[in-house]
Design a protein around this ligand. Structure first.
Ligand code: GDP
Ligand code: MG
Length: 595
């Protein structure tokens, strides 16, 4: 296929605006798949992706001898940029995109695609015009205002009934440029997606920019400089179909002797052995921005957890894993994620894969300690944070920042400002994008949006606000360590790094929570919280013996024995947390999950 016959494009839309349905129609009309009842959403392969609304898999369709690559990107209404690097790499594999907007839900669109900063041709399309509530005019106006796109000949379609979908093909062929590439030049390809297949091993999706690739060719990773031999290659149609060669302009899959997806980094450049080429710009290996500890509740299940993690990370090379030892929780792991959504998706997969309970410690962002001698140290675990801050050695602390963009009806302006102010936000910009919709920009510490920020935004705007962010470097911050002590012994799993302004409140909150979950034991328990080395919260639990047999009046000795046995069994499940204090597994779980 000569490049001029190829169109590589993506579909971008909010969740539920109809990407998967349109994808199915396009595949059917082009004859790529048979029209059957079962055709529902062939592109949504992974259950968790469907649930979370992140579908990023490439496919190829054929129309009038035109080969088109076809790529889906979904964002949640409350957007996340966790996957934005990977998304931007996959967009770099296309030359155009269909921006799909639900004719009944124009109010939910945000300007998220701007974040990708790509040189993409965008074709706006209005979907669901078959519905009585469809308002094509209002939707066009909204698209024009939000995206600054010309909507004078915008297409209204129904992905469900197929109305107007066929007419999209000439539109795509005419408006989306063919990829530029030179089949005669040395081979050069962009790696933009990888996953693990049980039978075929690691599958790589590549966009061939120049040259031709054939089975048996030896290619080199520009990043690792490792050489691989191509064992199979082909196109996604919509499943893998092997073919003779992939040439300039095409997007397809390759398999080679990669042992794990970890070996291949998205955004990497491949070239042929002995023919190094210029590398694609903007490459950076995945950077973890959220770290959390993960421990098996039952310590004897450590190796099972390890196996489950190994299996899961075969498919997700962007999760970093190191071993972690906690005095309170025993042996476990410290995982690094791209962001909070990424962490949630991973946890959900883990639950499906491994049904024994795990304890997650509080997520933390990577902080930097700037020493007076010029040295910088990255802290990914609160236990590595200094207890006593020596001002002669430490110059400052730095925390990662984000630039966030909110789009919402203007009546929520006050609420959003209030929310951002209470999360140390600094307003950068506020503009009207239509009669009653505003776009607000804020600079926020990443740590502030880690846990309950999205939920709070949702509840204070009744779900009408969208939020996207991009990483925005590091800024100096007044940080302290919060410690929680039981009988003067710190519980390592509960320590955290906080901004000084809310450190006392955090310490008090933990102490209060602990008081509620710790049962009386044979000795008095003193719970203390400290912020920056100063005790600021204290509670005591009086000593007592819990007499489980008290309710059995005399008589029934076997019942009494049973109860005592039960108590012994429960004892075994207790975790010795610190200072000789025992906490049931359940209590610990509730402590870590109810945030
Ligand atoms: P996605 O999240 O963007 O992939 O959206 P889906 O393709 O899963 O569609 C979301 C819902 O909208 C599904 O229930 C579809 O059946 C429905 N839907 C999609 N397109 C249309 C359409 O043109 N008309 C109507 N009435 N419903 C549609
Ligand atoms: Mg979908």
């Amino acid at each position: 296929y000569p490049p001029e016959k190829i169109r590589n494009f993506s579909i971008i839309a909010h969740i539920d605006h109809g990407k998967s349905t349109l994808a199915d129609r396009l595949l059917e009309i082009s004859g790529t798949i048979q029209k059957t009842k079962e055709n529902k959403q062939v592109l949504d392969n992974l259950k968790v992706e469907r649930e979370r609304g992140i579908t990023v898999k490439a496919q190829v369709i054929f129309t009038n001898e035109t080969v088109s690559m076809f790529y889906q990107v979904t964002r949640n209404n409350v957007g996340h940029v966790d996957f934005s690097y990977e998304v931007s790499r996959s967009l770099a594999a296309c030359q155009g995109t269909l921006l799909l907007v639900d004719a009944c839900q124009a109010q939910t669109i945000a300007n998220f695609y701007l974040a990708f900063g790509q040189d993409l041709k965008i074709i706006p399309v209005i979907n669901k015009v078959d519905l009585p509530a469809a308002d094509v005019e209002k939707t066009s106006a909204q698209i024009e205002n939000t995206f600054e796109l010309d909507t004078s000949d915008i297409k209204g379609i129904s992905a469900k009934t197929g109305l107007g979908v066929e007419e999209l093909f000439p539109e795509i062929i005419e408006n989306i440029p063919a990829p530029v590439g030179d089949a005669a030049a040395p081979f050069r390809a962009l790696l933009f997606d990888t996953w693990y297949d049980k039978y075929a091993g690691v599958i790589c999706l590549i966009a061939v920019k120049d040259g031709v690739l054939k089975k048996g060719d030896k290619i080199v990773s520009g990043y690792t400089k490792l050489t691989y031999e191509i064992s199979d290659l082909g196109i996604m149609y919509p499943h893998r179909v092997s073919c003779e060669r992939l040439s300039a302009g095409q997007v397809g899959f390759v398999t080679m002797n990669l042992k794990s997806t970890r070996e291949a980094s998205i955004g990497d450049t491949f070239y042929k052995q002995g023919q190094p080429t210029e590398l694609f710009e903007g490459f950076h290996p995945a950077q973890s921005m959220v770290f959390a500890g993960l421990f098996p509740v039952d310590s004897s299940k450590h190796s099972e957890l390890q196996e489950a993690l190994d299996r899961l990370t075969l498919n997700d090379a962007s999760v970093s894993i190191t071993k972690e030892n906690s005095a309170a929780l025993g042996q476990g792991f410290r995982l690094g994620f791209l962001g909070t959504l990424h962490m949630d998706v991973f946890r959900q997969r883990l639950e499906e894969e491994y049904d024994t309970p795990v304890i997650n410690t509080m997520p933390t962002v990577p902080y930097i300690i700037q020493y007076t001698n010029g040295e910088q140290v990255k802290i990914r675990n609160p236990s590595d944070f200094p207890e006593n801050i020596s001002t002669t050695k430490i110059q400052s602390f730095l925390e990662p920042m984000v630039n966030g963009t909110f789009v919402a009806p203007d009546k929520y302006l006050g609420k959003i400002i209030e929310l951002c102010n209470s999360h140390r936000g600094e307003q950068l910009d506020c503009t009207y994008i239509s009669d009653n919709r505003i776009m607000l920009k804020y600079r926020l510490p990443m740590a502030e949006i880690l846990t309950s920020f999205y939920d709070r935004l949702k509840s204070c705007t009744s779900g009408y606000a969208s939020f996207d962010y991009e990483e925005a470097g590091y800024a100096e911050a007044d940080l302290v360590k919060v410690n929680i002590m039981l009988n003067s012994k710190p519980v390592d799993a509960l320590s955290c790094i906080c901004h000084r302004s809310n450190s006392e409140a955090v310490a008090k909150q933990w102490v209060h929570k602990l008081k509620n979950v710790i049962e009386r034991q044979l000795f008095e328990i003193v719970i203390q919280g400290s912020a920056g080395g100063k005790i600021c919260a204290r509670e005591t639990i009086k000593a007592a013996r819990k007499d489980v047999t008290a309710k059995c009046y005399g008589g029934d000795i076997t019942r009494k024995m049973k109860l005592l046995d039960k108590q012994k069994e429960n004892k075994k499940k207790m975790k010795r947390v610190a200072g000789g204090v025992e906490l049931s597994q359940e209590a610990f779980l509730s402590l870590m999950t109810d945030n």
